[in-house]
Design a protein around this ligand. Structure first.
Ligand SMILES: C[S@@+](CC[C@H](N)C(=O)[O-])C[C@H]1O[C@@H](n2cnc3c(N)ncnc32)[C@H](O)[C@@H]1O
Length: 329
């Protein structure tokens, strides 16, 4: 029996034309080039299927022409679908499943706002991702401005999957933004993404621009956090983890791990814990990546006498699997 290679799917659900007027790549081309120009591409045998969905014919056509200019290896296919995300997304993903195999790993990028004359024209249930990982761009500042406008109820119900956004109408400024942020985060969790984190992009003094990431898979969460910490801020921009409202942890080259140490102390107190429990807490409950834990957080705490190992190790300040630890005074 011949076995086909595993398949992975990358969806850009609101793809746009692929190139901005200034010539910069749009998200479909950025996603495509991330694989085509990857240093390890030759070693990646999986079949990679890109699915780009765009409602407007002119933009879909423009995107097709841009994609056609790129040389692609045989294991990369690109499908461009003209139509509405909410009608096409589910059926397309069902067709891409491989019979007898586990569900095909899928990452969907969702960027529905702006670019359009009717930015809030969303119909159909929005938070339906059929078990795939999602990255959703949400300019909450723009969404907040639409709350009290007549005729937006259907779009906002669809966006949040509930009418609880109406509670934000009575709020102002940052309080309104935080309410909408937390509502969207919680709705995304409730819709099946077990692990949800949000990343805020600050343009100068402007805030409220978020990327929400949702997954059911811990490895997916780990990879996304590692990637987010590596993004270089563009001039005039800052990025950070904003999952807990009001507690932005900025992504910086010189990582300040004091909040991670405080979170671990709050979690474990004086009780013994394993390195695996510390990793899990870091990954799921904090803004930090697992790679920030040992050398940058635990080892300095141990050198200061704030942490001790209760199991034998070959050397101090190392934390092999199975190591057990306890915070001291
Ligand atoms: C913000 S733009 C996407 C920009 C793109 N992500 C980029 O970075 O280059 C949103 C796009 O979604 C398209 N669109 C709007 N409603 C849609 C729908 N229901 N289904 C699919 N595409 C839609 C718009 O025509 C527009 O091109």
């Amino acid at each position: 029996m011949t076995r086909t290679n595993p398949r992975v799917v990358v969806v850009d659900a609101f793809a746009g034309p692929g190139r901005y007027l200034g010539g910069e790549d749009g998200s479909p081309l950025i996603l495509l080039k991330a694989f085509l120009e990857h240093a390890s591409r030759e070693r990646m045998r999986a079949e990679v299927v890109y699915v780009f969905i765009e409602e407007r014919q002119d933009r879909a056509d423009y995107l097709s022409a841009e994609v056609a200019k790129l040389a692609r290896p045989a294991n990369v296919t690109v499908q461009i679908h003209r139509g509405k995300y909410q009608e096409l997304f589910g059926p397309i993903l069902s067709r891409l499943q491989q019979p007898g195999r586990r569900p095909v790993p899928t990452l969907a990028f969702v960027d529905p706002f702006g670019y359009s004359d009717a930015p809030m024209d969303l119909t159909g249930q929005f938070l339906q991702f059929h078990h795939c990982e999602v990255l959703i761009y949400m300019p909450l500042t723009a969404v907040a401005q639409h709350l009290s406008r007549a005729g937006q109820e259907v779009a906002l119900n669809s966006l949040f999957g509930t009418d609880r956004w109406t509670e934000a109408i009575a709020l102002r400024g940052n309080e309104r933004l935080m309410f909408l942020h937390d509502l969207f985060r919680d709705q995304l969790r409730a819709s099946g993404s077990t692990y949800v984190r949000s990343f805020e992009i600050r343009y100068g003094g402007a805030n409220g621009y978020h990327l929400f990431f949702g997954t059911r898979n811990l490895l997916g969460l780990e990879r996304m956090k590692e990637a987010m910490w590596k993004v270089d801020a563009l001039t005039g921009q800052r990025y950070g983890d904003s999952t807990e409202s009001g507690q932005l942890v900025l992504f910086q080259v010189e990582v300040d791990t004091a909040p991670l140490l405080a979170a671990l102390k709050a979690q474990f107190g004086r009780t013994e814990f394993s390195i695996e429990e510390a990793e899990r807490h870091t990954l799921i409950e904090t803004a930090y990546a697992v790679s920030h834990l040992r050398r940058r957080t635990l080892a300095p705490a141990e050198r200061r006498g704030e942490l001790e190992a209760t199991t034998r190790r070959q050397s101090a300040c190392t934390y092999p699997d199975g190591t057990r630890l306890r915070f001291g005074s």
